[in-house]
Structures are given as structure tokens and as C-alpha cells.
Design a protein around this ligand. Sequence first.
Ligand SMILES: *Cc1c(COP(=O)(O)O)cnc(C)c1O
Length: 232
Amino acid sequence: MHEHVLHDILHQLTHTAHDAGRPVPRLLAVSKTRDETAVANLALKGQTAFGENYVQEALAKQNAMAGTAAAGLALEWHLIGHLQSNKAAEAATRFDWVQTVDRLKLVTALARHRRADQAALNVLIQVNIDDEASKHGCRPDEVEALATAIAAESRLCLRGLMVIPAPHDEPELLRPAFRRSKQLFDSLTQTHRSVDTLSMGMSDDYAVAIAEGSTMVRIGTALFGARAKPQS
Ligand SMILES: *Cc1c(COP(=O)(O)O)cnc(C)c1O
């Protein structure tokens, strides 16, 4: 990684937010397919929050971190990939955040497996904001019921929403989906006081997402370079 990439991205986030009159979003470094050395290098520069798509890959990487110069740093791990119910037990104890909660069964499983000696697991409801047939995430009209179920679990802390709009070549075309997401987020903050996070925006579209009110951007390629193998 280029020496100043992290600094440059943080600078971009700050500038974009100030220009748009929005709060500066948190940066989630998406480290899927990157090895523990790449994660350690970024962690040593001060980045603390990392996003992973696959439970097994994340667990192996977390274990491997012990052998790096970043061993002992307090990192925050976010699951941002689809979670199968049979992986919920591992996800519940080995992540700090799960951003892809989209059905009641997951709420119950995560709550059951989060250990009593751990802080409550932070969760985001993933919303299928463009109603795409093959996409994960709940429908917008299912958010409130899921939120109520999460809020009733003492081992879970409802923090907000995560969205992945339908892809477009032109980031500007994502603006309506980001705007609808923000409206949904705003109404959720009215009913649930713990809600403070709207996770939206990736390497190609974070500027539009921030302008529309994102509080957390998930960035991989712009931080680490192009991924070697395609990821869903
Ligand atoms: C891979 C991924 C990202 C990061 O995408 P980049 O284009 O590399 O920044 C963000 N969010 C999710 C859910 C992802 O799967």
C-alpha cells in the first residue's frame, strides 16, 4: 500500500463531508482477500475498524494477527457479508459488529450465542433498498419489525442500517437510493434511541453517499488496491 493512502482517504472523507455540510463518516477498511500483513500495516497507521465478508476468512485472519507487529492492538471487526444461520454462533462471538442482519432467525441466533462476558453485539439491519430480486437484505417495510426484535435482545445493540444499492457505472445514479436510505434511517432514529449508524458508500461512490448522509463508509479497493479475485 502506498504510504499516504490512508491519510489521503481520511482527508477526502473530511473534505467531502464539510463541503456537503454533513458529519464526517467513520471509515471501515474492507479487508476481504487481504492478508494479515496488509491489515497489520493499516492498523499500525491507526485504522481500527475492519470489514470482512466471510466468517472463516475473518477468523483465520484474526488468529494470524497475533503473529504480526499489530498484535495486541484493539481492532474492531465488522461482518459485512451475508451470514448463514449455521455460522451465526461463530459470528456472534468473534465480531464486534454484524452489518448484515436481515431476518428474525439471525436476530435470535446472534442473541443466543453472544457471550454474557462480552459487550452487546452491535448490529445493523441490511436493507435491500432497490428491491433487487437476487439481493440479500430485508424490504424497507420490514425494518421496523426487525428493529423491535433486536431492541428486545439484551445481548444485541441496534445501531442502524446498512445498504448496498443496485450498481451503476455512474455514482450519481445511486443518489436516489442513498436518499431513500437516509429517510429510512431518520425515521428509525425516531423510534430507537441507540440508532446512530448509516453504513453506505464504497470506493466508487462514497462521495455521493456522504453527501446524502452516510455515517460509515466501507472502503476496500481505494485503500488496498484492486482485489486479485472477484468477490460478490
Ligand atoms: C467488498 C465490499 C465493499 C468494498 O468495496 P470496494 O469497492 O472495494 O471499496 C463494501 N461493502 C461490501 C458489502 C463489500 O462486499
